[in-house]
Design a protein around this ligand. Sequence first.
Ligand code: GLA
Length: 636
Amino acid sequence: MASLWPLEGKDLSGGVGTVAESVLNIYLNGGATTFSAHVGADDCKRDSKRTSVEFFVIGDGKQLWRSGVMHANDAAKAFEVSVAGVNQLLLKVGDADDGNNDDFADWADAKFETTIAKTFKTGGEPVAAPVAPYILTPAAPPTPRINGANVFGVRPGSPFLFTIPATGDRPMEFSAANLPSGLILDKRTGQISGTLQSKGEFVVTLGARNSLGSAEKQFRIVCGDTIALTPPMGWNSWNCFAHMVSADKVKSAADAMVRSGLINHGWTYINIDDFWENHIPTSEKDVQDLVKPFRDEKGFIVSNARFPDMKGLADYVHDRGLKIGLYSSPGPTTCGGCAGSWMHEAQDAQTYAKWGFDYLKYDWCSYGDVTSGIIANPLNVPVRKNSKNDDFAIYPYKVMGGFLRDQNRDIVFSLCQYGGNDVWKWGGAVHGTCWRTTGDVNDSWRSIKEIGFYQDKAAPYAKPGNWTDPDMLIVGWVGWGRPHPTSLTTDEQYTHISLWCMLAAPLLIGCDMTKLDDFTLNLLANDEVLAVDQDELGKQATCAIKVSEIGNRIADLRVYEKELADGGRAVAFFNLGTEQVNFEFNDFTKLNLSGKKAVRDLWRQQNIATLNTAKDSLPLPIPGHGVLLYKFTTTK
Ligand code: GLA
């Protein structure tokens, strides 16, 4: 905070310059009494008609101060607020809901007053999680309830593992009537395992019983060519641990998946991202211990010292009824500088299967050096300059997709190349299960907005076995090696989870699973919300309506609609503006809704209205950056 910021012609020292939308996350840990600053549009866009920003000071989830919309040439505003007792302070700059053209904004002359002589942490671990203002998900009943997808895909000959996800008091006894031969059920754990030898479709009646009651559910097992008939759900190490991941942390995540009860809602995969492999020589202290040969003398990949026993780790995860994933790149090195699969693809696919892995995220990274001719290309793979079409980009995924398919194991193939070359058009043809469509997500509203609301182009290609991937979840404690509570507000988190479910996205929790709080669990354990993601029709929602004005006021509402297998429709009303709106909605035809409909609020799990769509309207109080997620069902 030493630079000078030319704000309103004055040089005010001690501040930060940002571009809307931005958020600074400061951990005061209760150590400050007041915070003061001058705020305003930066002088570099003097006279711009496009500059419009708004400043917010938020302490432990409560708004302490807001500036109102400020334009270029407006006088700087000074303020002082009490921050006594505040643990987490967020300094946000909004774009005043009109995009961020020329939105350069300064926090200048910023000062904290403190009663104690110590410095604040601007990273690291705060003493308390941020306030979790409201929980919507009702607690699951103590009686048994079977949750999760209604369908499961497996290939003939592959090991079968499915754990019946059921909430309710334990002990619980499970049953599975009409289980095809080759599969067995462990009645105590609900784990179904074995192998199916030939293709076919089997309808099984799953059952769960405890001392308070019992539940049943029809469940379809489809033995064929396609796996992941609903989007994969699980956890990935990257967004919380990044280069600091270890086998112990992965085991803790698996344990927490069970202990927290999330496994009972269908959460399945425990995925190791980058840094299970050895690393190239580096001066980075954190990963010096990983600077070892990538492969053994026969060319097989070896894991690094933090992952001494990959097979043992996979067994550990499977024993808990979960599945396990890992990560590589088609290039010689991964994005983090670890071993990639270049020229060892077949061996790597065999190794993953031998160890017992169920999921591979395959990240472009250094493969750009192959396609641009920077590194030797003895196999003569397609390179960019000789390619008339996208074959140079498709090729590495086709190679690995083929090798994975050759294994006697079902391995989800997650394509990660940030949406280049319209991956959604060819990802399925290279045996991809899902494909990232953008760069990396982070825990800011801007990131959620710029990634989440720009997925329509990929929607026509999403279907059972092929999913659009807008990147992993960023609720809970995230932070890429230095975990902190997510910087998203409560409503932004509801938006994030609702939108990802509407998009039928793979759901990979990105937080430290050992630090799950009640609010985060409420976001991840709502079975009616998760059912939207896991719907067996496999449709990706698209934006059906944009509302840019309500009354005479500028607004930014997006209404997403998703057709469901039971004939109902999920509709998400998102408010991208910062203020709550109260909107009377009656544009039902644009949502393909007609006749009489029952409306259910999925977060609250409550029926809220019965409507005649021809003449009634629906009042929508939508919080700023928040959402209402409803299901419409035909009724008499
Ligand atoms: C890329 C990916 C991330 C993560 C890192 C690992 O940035 O997009 O999701 O896998 O690489 O280095």
